[in-house]
Design a protein around this ligand. Structure first.
Ligand code: PGA
Length: 242
């Protein structure tokens, strides 16, 4: 695990982009594992800015995403597919046909999990971007999700529903289930880039970096990954012992 401590959110986003830029410039057909949430938005802004400058092309890049809310899809404001289009895909030259997210609208969710697992198995993700929940979740893999898990349907915890309520008109509108890559899928990526900003992530970052590797803190599994970057701002790093 390589921990990189940034001054603030903007600096975290820049440092994260430096790592992403290496991947997308070292080959033109990189496979990106992407994440939603407020944390990676600054990283995506840097990707867009550099694309606009003509520094990078995503024409041959493929992407997969961690998760989607059950019941949400294209056209739904809070869906993760719309998040990705609004915050990244619509502003770079990636082919939407080369982007994939688990579908929250599939009629047969198990079939959708199987499709997504097969897709992930056929790809070799170069870099997987991750945020982290205040409870240490990655993707929607809540505490005590088995490390061997693959794409599955998840019941969201009360804490995650509360954390995500800020994006909805009321807490009652927050979906209670999601479809998420499992921890094993995440760990298969060649490199991992976990971002965290703000004091409300400090306990989760401490447990991830310095705590025991335990299923009760899903992100702690990243200690076992051979090529994992943890890019955090000072507030999120504030509980680290060194
Ligand atoms: P956030 O979410 O980036 O909106 O804080 C991260 C997460 O819950 O994984």
């Amino acid at each position: 695990m390589k921990v990189i401590i940034a001054e603030n959110y903007d600096d975290m986003s820049l440092k994260a982009y430096e790592i992403m830029k290496q991947v997308v410039t070292s080959k033109n057909d990189a496979i990106l594992g992407l994440a939603t949430g407020s944390t990676p938005i600054g990283l995506y802004k840097n990707m867009i800015a550099d694309y606009v400058k003509g520094e990078v092309s995503y024409k041959n890049v493929k992407s997969v995403n961690l998760d989607e809310y059950i019941g949400q899809g294209v056209g739904d404001e809070q869906s993760y597919v719309e998040f990705m289009r609004n915050n990244l895909f619509n502003h770079i030259d990636i082919d939407l046909a080369n982007t994939d997210l688990p579908s929250g609208k599939a009629v047969d969710m198990q079939a959708e999990c199987d499709r997504y697992n097969a897709k992930l198995a056929s790809l070799n993700v170069d870099i997987q971007v991750l945020g982290i929940g205040g409870n240490g979740h990655i993707g929607f893999n809540e505490p005590n999700t088995p490390f061997g898990s693959v794409t599955h349907v998840v019941d969201l915890t009360e804490r995650t529903i509360k954390d995500n309520a800020r994006f909805f008109n009321s807490i009652d509108e927050v979906p209670t289930q999601a479809i998420s890559m499992g921890i094993k899928n995440v760990m298969n990526a060649k490199s991992i880039l976990l971002l965290a900003s703000g004091e409300n992530k400090a306990d989760a970052i401490k447990a991830t970096v310095e705590g025991p590797v335990t299923e009760s803190v899903p992100a702690s599994v990243l200690q076992l990954h051979p090529n994992c970057y943890i890019v955090v701002d000072k507030a999120a790093a504030s509980k680290l012992s060194k």
